[in-house]
Design a protein around this ligand. Structure first.
Ligand SMILES: Cc1cc2nc3c(=O)[nH]c(=O)nc-3n(C[C@H](O)[C@H](O)[C@H](O)COP(=O)(O)OP(=O)(O)OC[C@H]3O[C@@H](n4cnc5c(N)ncnc54)[C@H](O)[C@@H]3O)c2cc1C
Length: 241
């Protein structure tokens, strides 16, 4: 998506709101949220010139987006949401970061992986799905040279079972070595990643992908109850130190 200004501004973990229908009053009326997977850059100079998004077709809006042809325009609001906290290795004592993804949650983690590498933190990917076809865009992370742990429920790729199994083993083996967990995916997976982080006493950030109306915190459509009984907006991480 050609959008130099938004490409320049976006931070890891942020998303954009897309108006999927052509007319502002056409259905779907509300914009739909999509994570920014990557920033497209000009060859040579490397100037940001566009956003790369991952769109899974699940309903009317995402189907319209998937049917767009090159050159067609789409109304975009953003970048939205609170970015992930980046703790450089030298300042925060963080040496490794566990990126835990389920399904299209992977889209929120690639910019983060690139930024962590730049900051001298080693990202390790834990990526789970029902079947091998759910584990899309793996090659992008592999090209960054990341250690990867794949799981599928039907054993068609990687370890059979849930992504939290290799995560648990990894956290157990890296006790007190400065690990941080970042998770994005289905709620049950994020809850399990959070619980493991509490068990192993490592900081954890989750990227809450609640359904949303405005994305600005005004309509309160994406509000979720915080563990400490406070209200917080979707896409805000919570610490588990
Ligand atoms: C912050 C954020 C980032 C996202 N990033 C991506 C991304 O990078 N790639 C991607 O493919 N999708 C992403 N999603 C999900 C995406 O926004 C929805 O799939 C999309 O809005 C569906 O719109 P639709 O009109 O196609 O379907 P709708 O007709 O609105 O819904 C179709 C089905 O999807 C379900 N659904 C819709 N939104 C969500 C949601 N947020 N969580 C769970 N179920 C939902 C509905 O309950 C319904 O069953 C993200 C969501 C959020 C909140």
């Amino acid at each position: 998506m050609n959008s130099p200004e938004q490409a320049r501004l976006v931070q890891p973990g942020q998303f954009v709101m897309l108006k999927c229908a052509a007319g502002i009053n056409d259905n779907p009326l509300l914009r739909r949220p999509f994570s920014v997977f990557d920033v497209d850059r000009t060859p040579g100079a490397g100037r940001p010139r566009g956003l790369v998004l991952l769109v899974k077709e699940v309903g009317a809006g995402s189907r319209m987006l998937a049917a767009l042809k090159p050159g067609q325009e789409v109304d975009v609001l953003g970048p939205q949401g609170r970015p992930f906290d980046l703790v450089p290795g030298t300042q925060g004592g963080v040496s490794a970061a566990c990126l835990v993804a389920g399904g299209v949650g992977i889209a929120a983690l690639y910019l983060l992986a690139q930024r962590l590498v730049q900051h001298g933190v080693t990202p390790v990917l834990f990526y789970g799905g029902r079947t091998a076809a759910d584990l899309v865009l793996r090659e992008y992370f592999e090209r960054l040279g990341l250690e990867t742990h794949y799981t599928t429920e039907d054993a068609s790729l990687g370890e059979a079972g849930l992504v939290t199994c290799p995560l648990d083993r990894f956290l157990k083996s890296r006790i007190r070595t400065g690990v941080r967990v970042y998770a994005c995916g289905p709620w049950a997976m994020m809850k399990a990643a959070h619980d493991l982080s509490v068990k192993h006493r490592v900081p954890c950030e989750v990227s809450l992908e609640a359904r949303m109306g405005c994305s600005l915190g005004a309509c309160m459509g994406c509000v979720v109850r915080h563990l400490a009984w406070r209200w917080t907006s979707a896409r805000s991480g919570f610490g588990t130190r």
